[in-house]
Design a protein around this ligand. Structure first.
Ligand SMILES: Nc1ncnc2c1ncn2[C@@H]1O[C@H](COP(=O)(O)OP(=O)(O)O)[C@@H](O)[C@H]1O
Ligand SMILES: [Mg+2]
Length: 262
């Protein structure tokens, strides 16, 4: 975070700095140029999704010689909705509703603009000074291609960023609809916030994927909250069949969101 006083007023920005050579050394198969290119893609996709519920992105400054890049975004003063703790207090459902609604609104815009986020989770939802929830961290986001004649989205082989939030159909690297995978991750995020624990948690990524593939999701803690409309929505977001799973835009029409929390 740094302050820019050039306009006379102090304004805070969040700056994500990247040392491409270091990242390239740590990740097999990528060279520093490719890492820098990924940073530019992150900037382009996040910029393409500009809306009230996506963290605003201002600039991507790359230094090819030093192999470093800086992504400058809006600063969300209240940080992420949740840090990386594994268990936490279950959240008030009115707050879960505000957060989930914001994520789905962000995803509706991303998907309309043919961008799949691929890393929706509580740690990537940020809270602005005024309390607005914003989806950030487009580090895993990709452009989704469409069939020129049918307009259908092309399925991609992409394992999303974080195992615990991965949709069942993405756990084995098979081609899948990135938009529906984002909706699963939004559901898994709401599930975590409402129950106080991740639905799927294991020692490592592989074990987490096995659990997701083999164990039906337990809705007992969701149902225990005693809100039928919420239980219904969660089952429709966390439907194991991506063709039946709601889209972000259809989910926003669900009765649970008709309640006004303003
Ligand atoms: N716009 C922002 N406002 C405030 N803090 C931020 C912002 N973006 C990121 N952060 C902080 O930096 C951390 C990492 O940022 P993120 O963009 O999620 O990158 P990555 O997860 O790829 O390291 C976040 O968990 C948060 O603590
Ligand atoms: Mg992140």
């Amino acid at each position: 975070m740094y302050a820019d006083a050039s306009s006379g007023t102090t304004r805070a920005f969040a700056v994500k700095e990247m040392d491409a050579r270091r990242i390239a050394r740590a990740s097999c198969g990528l060279d520093a140029r490719a890492v820098l290119e990924k940073m530019r893609e992150e900037y382009e996709t996040q910029r393409a999704c500009a809306c009230a519920h996506v963290v605003k992105v201002y600039e991507c400054a790359r230094d090819a010689r030093a192999a470093t890049a800086k992504l400058v975004t809006e600063y969300c003063a209240r940080g992420a909705v949740m840090d990386a703790r594994e268990t936490f207090e279950p959240m008030d459902l009115a707050d879960v509703r505000r957060i989930l609604r914001s994520i789905l609104r962000a995803l509706r815009v991303c998907h309309e603009r043919d961008v799949a986020h691929h890393d929706v989770k509580p740690q990537n939802v940020f809270v602005a000074e005024d309390g607005t929830y914003k989806l950030g961290d487009f580090g895993c986001a990709t452009r989704v291609a469409r069939d020129a004649t049918t307009g259908e989205v092309e399925l991609v082989c992409k394992t999303p960023g974080t195992p615990a939030f991965t949709a069942p159909e993405c756990c084995e690297g098979e081609p899948a609809d990135g938009f529906k995978a984002d909706v699963w991750a939004a559901g898994a995020t709401a599930h975590a916030l409402a129950t106080g624990a991740y639905a799927y948690r294991a020692e490592n990524a592989w074990e987490t994927y096995q659990k997701i593939l083999q164990c039906p999701l337990d809705f007992a803690d969701i149902d225990a909250r005693g809100d039928e409309a919420f239980s219904d929505l969660m089952r429709k977001l966390l439907d194991r069949d991506p063709t039946r799973r709601l889209s972000a835009s259809a989910a926003l029409e669900h009765a649970w969101f008709a309640r006004d929390d303003a």
